[in-house]
Design a protein around this ligand. Structure first.
Ligand code: AMP
Length: 559
């Protein structure tokens, strides 16, 4: 056997610190603008950002945080959160972004599963920290992302110190060299509820994060450049804001962070003030923005492109954006387990010569895979299905930024080396993916997951309920909302209102179903398994009471 001839290039690992170091050195004066929790607009540069990220790294090391340990964040999109992205991962610790929209018990569960050493939090989440602190024994301190003067008043004495972020980093000088770490080391940890059972962690590596940032920046992906001013509406606690906090420093794009105010008016004003050319978010957010444009009779003057994903982009939304406002919509699909980008609906030169309606039909689909991701659809027998745009089956993916297992879980979710996404899709002869259904038992409302099983378990605990099923129903604002289908116990009664009231305090408010339907029986397979697909079909035309008269909806038909 001959020894393979190795390349003779530098052995430089792909690490996330190189992204911020690159931006600080070569786009040092480019701005990062944030609407702060304090209410004002904060602006500084990539150079300032790297310095403060280094101060944070020094502060965490001084607190005894070791490489590999997890640091949680409960924060909106803002400059301090960006500093945490780099200050934590840059020295080899793991930045664990936590979704604050979940129910407190679930958040505590996630913090404990991740064994976060410290948690950085925006002061808006102080009441949440009050609830979490006694339940999280691994956390050695809660760090409020503010200065000493704005430290929140906690309701109860925390079991561990409450620290001020600004005080912590002010004690450091920022004279710090990012250490060399191996590219296979962990960088970020994101939990997803888009699975059955407890949320599961996707643990990215430096290599996967940097490769994803390269891929995301490509012209036929997010197409970011140093001439862009990008406003990520997608939260930094949701799959690393689709990689924008990494792709922007890589390309030198200006970043505009919206903070906590994600209503149409606030977003519009910030976009206009900061010359935003590019944005990204879920359909629900864009609906709010389109409503504002219509009501206030205003137009964008700088926005050129926007990525819409996380849920299917309604074709009507794409039309309104493009035909009425001249803004290019890039429909994208991906998932937490994929860092998240997988496909984007951009056309080839040949496709862009086809009749306009055919082009539109292609662009309404979830799109073509980017380099770095491979995909296939398989039938119930596990065999590949043809790419004819008709055959639909389970969508499987693989690639260097796709997980091979979940954090702290030994068993592999892979099937023959491919990750089963839980989405059901067709792929057409152009290679365009179209998501047609979902085999995973979850509901996506406004871009966030609702676990149908958890919703069902609450209902089952009601004495008058014999059987419960929770399914997704189309909704013009939230894309999907939960509908609870109930079989009552013989001789017992319960009303819709009583059942909905039964949920109070048991799940997050936005997990409470929008409606209850009572049936005599639920469809089951021969082995007794609930047939959700059949049930969804049965209630396909069900109109939720919350889905009528959605105020000022610019396009009334449900997606
Ligand atoms: P998450 O991990 O929260 O980002 O959710 C990923 C899941 O959201 C995917 O597996 C799909 O079920 C759904 N999803 C994401 N993007 C789209 C899209 N463009 N169209 C339809 N479903 C989508």
């Amino acid at each position: 056997m001959t020894t393979p001839l190795l390349g003779q290039m530098m052995d430089v690992p792909l690490t996330v610190s190189s992204l911020i170091a690159h931006a600080a050195r070569h786009f040092g004066a480019t701005e990062i603008v944030s609407r702060r929790i304090e209410g004002d607009i904060h602006r500084y540069t990539y150079r300032d950002c790297e310095k403060r990220a280094k101060q944070l790294a020094q502060a965490l090391i001084a607190l005894g945080v070791a490489p590999g340990e997890r640091i949680g964040t409960l924060a909106w999109n803002g400059y301090r959160h960006l500093e945490a992205y780099y200050g934590v991962a840059g020295f080899g610790a793991v930045c664990h972004t936590i979704n604050p929209r979940l129910f407190p018990d679930q958040i505590a569960w996630i913090i404990n599963d991740a064994q976060d050493r410290y948690v950085l939090f925006d002061t808006t989440f102080a009441p949440l920290v009050d609830i979490l602190a006694p339940q999280c024994p691994h956390v050695r301190g809660w760090i409020a992302l503010t200065d000493e003067a704005h430290l929140p008043k906690m309701q109860t004495a925390l079991p561990v110190p409450l620290l001020s972020y600004e005080t912590l980093i002010a004690a450091q000088d920022g004279a710090f060299d990012w250490p060399r770490i191996e590219e296979s080391q962990a960088s970020y940890l994101c939990y997803t509820s888009g699975t059955t059972g407890n949320p599961k962690g996707a643990l990215y590596s430096h290599r996967s994060t940097v490769l994803h940032a390269f891929g995301a920046s490509l012209p036929d992906a997010m197409s970011l450049s140093a001439r862009d001013s990008v406003l990520p509406v997608v939260p930094m606690f949701h799959v690393n804001a689709w990689g924008i906090p990494h792709a922007a420093p890589l390309t030198g794009a200006k970043i505009v962070f919206p903070g906590k105010d994600l209503d149409g008016k606030s977003l519009y004003e910030l976009m206009e003030a900061e010359g935003v050319t590019y944005s990204a978010g879920v359909p629900t957010v864009w609906l709010g923005l389109l409503c504002h444009l219509k009501d206030a009779k205003v137009r964008f003057t700088t926005l050129k492109r926007t990525v819409i994903g996380g849920s299917a982009c309604p074709p009507a939304m794409l039309r309104v954006f493009e035909d009425e406002y001249g803004i290019e919509v890039i429909h994208a699909w991906g998932m937490t387990e994929m860092s998240p980008l997988g496909t984007l609906a951009k056309l080839t030169w040949e496709q862009s010569q086809r009749p306009p309606e055919e082009q539109r039909r292609l662009r309404e689909k979830q799109g073509h895979v980017m380099f770095g991701v491979d995909m296939k659809i398989v039938g119930a027998d596990g065999k590949d299905l043809p790419w004819d745009g008709v055959a639909f089956g389970d969508l499987h993916v693989r690639g260097p930024w796709v997980i091979q297992r979940y954090f702290q879980k030994e068993e592999s979710p892979l099937i023959d080396g491919w990750f089963p996404t839980g989405d059901v899709a067709t792929i057409d002869p152009d290679g365009f993916l179209h998501i047609t259904d979902r085999s995973k038992d979850v509901i996506k409302s406004g871009g966030e997951w609702i676990s149908s099983i958890d919703v069902e378990n609450v209902a089952i605990a009601h004495p008058a309920v014999a059987e419960a099923a929770c399914i997704a129903c189309a909704h013009p604002k939230w894309t999907e909302r939960p509908l609870l289908v109930i079989v009552k116990r013989p001789g017992m009664d319960v009303t819709r209102e009583e059942l909905l009231a039964f949920y109070e305090g048991k799940v997050a408010k936005w997990w409470i179903p929008d409606d209850v339907a009572f049936v005599d029986e639920l469809p089951h397979t021969a082995t007794g398994k609930l047939q959700k697909l059949k049930l969804r079909e049965q209630f396909r035309t069900h109109i939720l009471p919350t889905a009528v008269d959605v105020p000022d909806c610019p396009f009334p038909e449900p997606s």
